[in-house]
Design a binder for this molecule. Sequence first.
Ligand SMILES: Nc1ncnc2c1ncn2[C@@H]1O[C@H](COP(=O)(O)OP(=O)(O)OP(=O)(O)O)[C@@H](O)[C@H]1O
Ligand SMILES: [Mg+2]
Length: 405
Amino acid sequence: MSELPWVEKYRPKSLREIVGQPKAISLITRWAQSWERGRPAKAAALFYGPAGTGKSAAAAALASDFGWDLIEMNASDQRNLAEVKRVAGTAASTGTLFGGTAAKRLIVLDEADSIYGTADRGGYSAIKEIIAETHNPLVLIANDKDAIPWEIKAACLMVEFGRIGEEVILKELARILHLEKIDFEELALKVIAETARGDLRSAITDLQTLTTGKKRLTIKDVVLYRRDQEIDIESFLAKLLEATSADEARKLLWSLDLPPEDALAWISENIPLVVDGVESRAKVYEAISRADIFLGRAKRGQAYGMWSYAGDLMSAGVSLSRGEELKPVKAKLPSHIWRYSRTRADRAVRDSLTRKIAAHCHTSSRTARRDILPYLRIIFKNDRKTAEAIVTALELTEPELGFLR
Ligand SMILES: Nc1ncnc2c1ncn2[C@@H]1O[C@H](COP(=O)(O)OP(=O)(O)OP(=O)(O)O)[C@@H](O)[C@H]1O
Ligand SMILES: [Mg+2]
């Protein structure tokens, strides 16, 4: 059987092991200490911030540090909330059979930003009541604090988990490799840390993927791996607008795993909307239409160089004529590739795979996609026997199998 995922193996067991969040940890500690003296003014705390920054880990570590029982629930399931209400409302100090006091329970409601309802109705009204009545500390966890009604936020201690700094991530990755007895080139770790954009979970997952079966990690490994990873279309468009050289724009197009016609459709549907200056927009249109012409010639089997002209025009040509004035616009799917766009097909496969994993592991789709799927990819890359067992257990289809490979 394969080794444990490193994000599990190295999950912080105590608040002291949470890195890069000193402010959050000190807030949480003081709040927990006040609970030890009785119900504080704010019975609940809201941990919020981007993915992979230690929110769930901190909640579990908190319970462990204070010797509290941990009750974790997914807040988006309304049926859970009735149960939470019952558990929270029960006094923890009713005593055990032998007269001692029972441990407090830390109730953790994860994904509190995907609850249905407002503060007056639905899931949030249940949460409001739970906060008002609880005899036990309650932690809500969310990525997006704006999705939570202000009345709930007003009743919570607000604890922000920011993106983790590159230096901190770098140090954590080096610590893990040291424990795993794997040697590394400094630059390789730097690139992983930088790519993670403050998400320590994804940095650790990347690190494990890259080093499985290796004794030394080099920058070359990392570069090859990054090229394998498809960059999604939205970040492609955003980066294309930021590109400052023709070479950079060309490389972006090259790293995008899309047929050139599809890429051009995305570009022409989206970039002109973003470009504000009249003159720049004219230039952008010009580059797009010339790219289209060359692409047409290339497809009719004319000179070989047509592909690369088309590619240059749609990447560098568009990017370098965009001008300075840009409007923020959300990427829009080009109408005519809606049905057979490859990224879209991929997403459908990923979703069906995610559903199977979620059902099999009795977990939410989000957990399946975020925590289990990347790990399966590691297994499929390195452990044929386990991979075969998984294929059978999940009754994987050909496309699903392809996705994992
Ligand atoms: N601040 C941190 N200190 C130490 N390890 C961390 C930290 N943040 C993340 N990790 C690592 O990443 C894993 C996942 O972290 P965690 O589950 O706490 O993320 P999260 O903030 O709850 O993310 P999400 O919003 O996606 O649920 C942990 O098991 C640990 O290995
Ligand atoms: Mg979490």
